[in-house]
Design a protein around this ligand. Structure first.
Ligand SMILES: NC(=O)c1ccc[n+]([C@@H]2O[C@H](COP(=O)([O-])OP(=O)(O)OC[C@H]3O[C@@H](n4cnc5c(N)ncnc54)[C@H](OP(=O)(O)O)[C@@H]3O)[C@@H](O)[C@H]2O)c1
Length: 283
């Protein structure tokens, strides 16, 4: 990464955004009690934590295997079912640099590429149906990608890897993708937004080493909130009339918030879109 591109974002950071995030973290999320029976909600990552709070039928797919993701995408594409809400919740955090069999950094693939592929495969169908609310379970952790997504090295072959850094990059990738998807879905009835689900007591991070697991379960977990609180916020985004028609935004639970500058870079969003399509072999 050149020194110039680092400075580009540093000049755009505002302290007021950090204070807004801290204020929003303390806010009680809005609740929606409207009935949503008889509608179809698709959620990824429903085996633990936030996603486990919903009762559902299931399809099994390992997002660390791109053929699995494409298979699920194809099944959804070919089904007659109309999707009311599509929640991309599957995600993980890894302190170690791990590569998938597809040759991508694991966190980038599961958090970002998985959701991108499904959205991309389904985009025409969803546009034609004209009603889906797409929700990306994102994170305030996107702010760890302080210098941006690093288009020059999406496979982590040149830059130094860190757990926080790669998580930040993957979540920033999701935020950049909603810039493009929101444009694509404009005026179609389909909306796409990203939600930080709060700091949640879940299985997140428990795939890491013994020391990390000890720190997480004995110390960090004491400060974390219940996954039900996050699931309630996701229900609000999927169902509430208050957010009808809102698209391309980032929410801290149910409060709209400005993401970090690298997640708002339209030029990078454009380039990432094309690079991702090439990387995962979509047409
Ligand atoms: N916990 C937090 O404080 C927090 C904060 C901000 C954002 N988030 C986001 O919230 C979302 C849900 O996380 P959580 O806190 O509920 O954590 P969790 O309990 O670890 O749940 C993560 C879900 O993602 C699935 N997943 C992980 N790797 C997968 C893979 N290779 N293929 C398919 N599914 C996979 C898991 O399935 P398996 O159990 O089968 O692995 C599980 O169902 C994530 O996107 C996370 O980044 C969490």
């Amino acid at each position: 990464m050149t020194g110039l591109s680092k400075i580009k974002y540093l000049k755009q950071y505002k302290l007021s955004n950090v204070f807004a995030m801290m204020r929003n973290n303390r806010k009680k999320p809005e609740v929606c009690n409207d009935d949503f029976k008889g509608r179809l909600v698709i959620i990824t990552g429903a085996t633990s934590g936030i996603g486990y709070q919903v009762e559902c039928d299931y399809k099994i797919a390992d997002f660390a295997r791109l053929p699995d993701v494409r298979k699920v995408g194809k099944e959804l594409l070919e089904s007659d079912l109309e999707i009311d809400v599509l929640i991309h919740n599957a995600g993980l955090y890894s302190t170690k640099k791990i590569y998938t069999e597809d040759g991508n950094e694991l966190v980038f693939q599961v958090n970002y590429l998985g959701s991108f592929i499904l959205n991309y495969m389904l985009k025409d169908k969803l546009k034609a149906q004209g009603k889906t609310r797409i929700i990306l379970v994102n994170s305030e952790g996107h702010r760890f990608a302080v210098f941006g997504i690093g288009l020059y090295d999406l496979k982590y072959e040149k830059r130094r890897h860190s757990g926080l850094g790669s998580y930040g990059v993957a979540k920033t990738g999701q935020l950049l993708s909603i810039i493009k998807f929101a444009e694509y879905f404009e005026d179609s009835g389909v909306t796409i937004n990203a939600v930080h689900p709060g700091d949640v007591k879940s299985n997140m991070g428990l795939n890491n080493g013994r020391l990390y697991r000890f720190f997480k379960t004995k110390i960090v977990n004491r400060t974390l909130k219940s996954p039900e609180r996050s699931a309630t916020a996701l229900y609000y985004h999927g169902v509430s009339k208050e957010v009808e028609g809102i698209s391309g935004k980032f929410f801290n639970l149910t409060t709209e918030e400005e993401p970090a500058p690298p997640a708002l870079d339209r030029d990078v969003a454009e380039e990432l879109w094309h690079k991702t399509i090439e990387l995962v072999g979509l047409e």
